[in-house]
Design a protein around this ligand. Sequence first.
Ligand code: PLP
Length: 395
Amino acid sequence: MLSPNMNYSALKESYLFYHIARKTGAYLAEHPEKRLYRMGIGDVSLPLPPAVISALHEAVEDQGRKDRFHGYMPECGAPFLREAIAAHYRKRGVRLSPEEVFVSSGASDELGDLQDLFAPESGALIIEPAYPAYVDACVMAGRKMLRLPSGPENHFLPLPTEGLEADLIYLCSPNNPTGAVFSREQLSRWVDFAASRGAVILFDAAYEAFIEEDLPHSIFEIPGAESCAIEICSLSKTAGFTGTRLGYTVIPKALARRGMNLNAMWVRNRTTKTNGVSYILQKGGAAVFTEEGQRQIRENIGIYKENARMLMAALDRIGLRYWGGRNAPYLWLACPEGMDSWAFFDRLLREIQVVGTPGEGFGACGEGFFRFSTFASPEDTREAAGRLVRLLGKK
Ligand code: PLP
């Protein structure tokens, strides 16, 4: 009899967002007159920028014209988009060839699919609290995992220590859920560690566009990273592509292990397992990297940043300790009075109808912490911030 991939039986039920939906659903059924202020969402609320919309329209028109129609696209990405992304990196001082950039349908797809490049017996290191997809992708691949807890003592930015075991190292900076961002010095420590062990860093840069201080946007700003890191990027939060789906992954040509070149392996993987991303979406994506597109995405990100400032001001007034917010669309706070994260969730829901995300859902060391996202509308964010101050502010 066929055996399914039994690793799936080891997956923990994805209970975080399910539980949140169940609890908010039950509350609304009991209190149909109430309205919720959803500060837990990881999805954007602003539409795609006009430059992207007009590029998408033009590309749709192309597909109806015999002389401009595109069939299958190159599996690793359209040259015009790979070149636009490489040029974007060059502005930041990172030299890449377009062949080192792979266009993708988003970071989630890549975080799972890239597992194909590594033998299942290579273990993964996951810094917690963590975006849950890292753990689940490793469980599905039957990969053993070492979880490295982080906390206020290291500002949620742990560094490698003597004797740490890891072949595949997941780093997420700016971090979901903590909003913490590694400095150049800290990333250099991870790069040196990976290089010395022959490990590979999977660097999730999905939130790099939210960095406003002088901090690295890309692992490739760190010397030596080109021979020990892969970078996974997304236009989801950068430019509002959550429902449109587009991202990119950088695999340097210098990255090789045991005589195998990982860039060449990924070309082989993509040419077998995909037929490329839609021409229309890639045209829309290329518009993000134009001057006009960059200006428009900065305007949208500015609105989310204003939301972050409203929430940070509220937490400052209350006197709650928090991390993130400045260089990331997430705020990570210590629950008041040592409350556990689900008890705090229930209190906010019942008393002020504000919905956040309990930290426990991001790993055991997230217990006692809570995540707010800054993607809701400014009106809802202002109302939620006011309600938080009225509930928790010093009387
Ligand atoms: N990586 C992190 C850290 C995320 O938070 C998310 C989405 O929330 C993703 C990756 C997935 O992004 P995409 O929409 O490109 O699949």
